[in-house]
Design a protein around this ligand. Sequence first.
Ligand code: 7TS
Length: 424
Amino acid sequence: MSWRSYILPSRSEGMASGLPIDPYRVREDFPIFKQDKGLVYLDSTATSQKPLQVLEAVKQFYAKQNANVHRGVYGLSVEATEEYEKARRKVAELINARSPREIVFVRNTTEALNLVAYSLGLNRVRADGKVVLTVMEHHSNIVPWQIVSKHRGFRVDYVPITSDGYLDMSAVEEKLSGSDVFSFVHASNVLGTINDAKYLTRKAHEHGALAVVDAAQSVPHMPVDVQDIGCDFMAFSGHKMLGPTGIGVLYGRRELLEEMEPFMGGGEMIKEVYLDRSEWNEVPWKFEAGTPNIAGAVGLGAAVDYLKKIGLDKVRDYEHILTSKALEALSELKHVKIYGPENPRHRCGLVAFNLGDIHPHDLASYLDGFKICVRAGHHCAMPTHTWLGLTATTRASFYIYNIPDEVEVLVDALKKAAVFFKLS
Ligand code: 7TS
């Protein structure tokens, strides 16, 4: 592949005044941008890049504190356990959980949602009951419920989407009637729509349903307070918020976690094991079978520190600026069709679009020729695409290390693509 890379402006040329975040300062912490100065990374919705502080925390753990947790009485193991539990406290504080005991470490959002679907679906949802989802869910909040409903027989129903890309609020009451669980996405990874999690939780509770929030695209990008929202469960991934892959979080209200059956069995999650039965450990360890991703949790703790130092309100404000700029610039292009709400205040930091009839995979490959990384496909949200009447879109997404000029780089490359693919 021969790269026709854009030269991104240096800090002095490109520094826009008055931004909530100095992205040039942020970029200095991310080795990937030093290694490749022409890289235009617009795929943080899939996974974020990692700052030195996170890399260093993981390295330090393995170099100096590595031992298994909750097992040894020797000093090193106690130290490793302390580091692991410290990370849990940081995550609890980030989302304002009442206690670190409400934070379960898992692999990712997918595992967190499977845990909830299996534990609630096998034990709590009535066989003649109903689980309500929305049409804008990621597959990880659809497929586990479908699998479990096959065993139990409960119905799975969906809140539809309006033509302008919002949840159809007029349908919420009717869908929730007779339901046991309402599991919904906080911010859509395709439409960008930010749903009112507090309102939806209240509606779930009014109907006697538990509220589960898929916060994979919200916790990394905006202040999120589980007590204010009032939800029963919340799922998110470390790798989308500057942390390592293989570490994710399930927040659950303590009373509920205590009542629930575990999702996986094995070491760590038990108090006593007999040949005919076992007794579970206390929460959250009851849900953490086997050796966890200790270094991953430590890395996530460092990512939380990093984000808190910047301030998630600033992260949100900065992404709003980038998203507004992208929406404006893309909508001026002749062949571009943008999906999701028009108002950038109602969106998170991503824009899914199509350019004429160019297949998103062809477009993404063309853009890759300029070192522009965008995602193409159904983004693990096939029902959302079916609703759009499409099989695929191209998606650009932003984070704290993106600079406003990268929007222009994308727009310029899209203009070239229109010529290259001979759009009339
Ligand atoms: N929920 C939402 C809203 C997501 O965007 C994703 C990942 C997940 C759940 C699953 O997260 P995981 O960490 O368990 O994989 N979304 C995407 C995406 O849009 N492109 O790649 C992954």
